[in-house]
Design a protein around this ligand. Structure first.
Ligand SMILES: [Zn+2]
Ligand SMILES: [Zn+2]
Length: 96
């Protein structure tokens, strides 16, 4: 298993996983393409990507490009609000 497997978290109940094989999936009946994802614990369609920071499973909604740097094996990170602040600070420190 690769450490690059994406983390997901349920915004409703906090259930989380690495990779997406435990998430309930169904073909989208409205559009006929794509998938609807639901949490296997609470059955809500509230699975979102979790923070890319190691051991952090807080929900994220946006991604931050690293301007050519690689962190945690990625060139682009999705971070929770706390780690977005952490990254912003780190980038500023590295720029001097
Ligand atoms: Zn849930
Ligand atoms: Zn985080």
């Amino acid at each position: 298993m690769s450490s690059k497997r994406k983390k997901h978290v349920c915004e409703e109940c906090g259930w989380h996983c690495v990779g997406d094989d435990k998430i309930l999936k169904a073909k989208d009946p409205f559009y006929g393409y794509g998938e609807l994802w639901a949490c296997p614990k609470c059955r809500e369609q509230s699975m979102v990507r979790a923070c890319d920071y190691p051991y952090c499973f807080r929900p994220t909604s946006s991604g931050i490009p690293l301007n050519g740097k690689v962190l945690f094996g990625k060139k682009y990170l999705r971070l929770c609000s706390e780690h977005a602040v952490w990254l912003d600070k780190k980038m500023k420190e590295e720029l001097g």
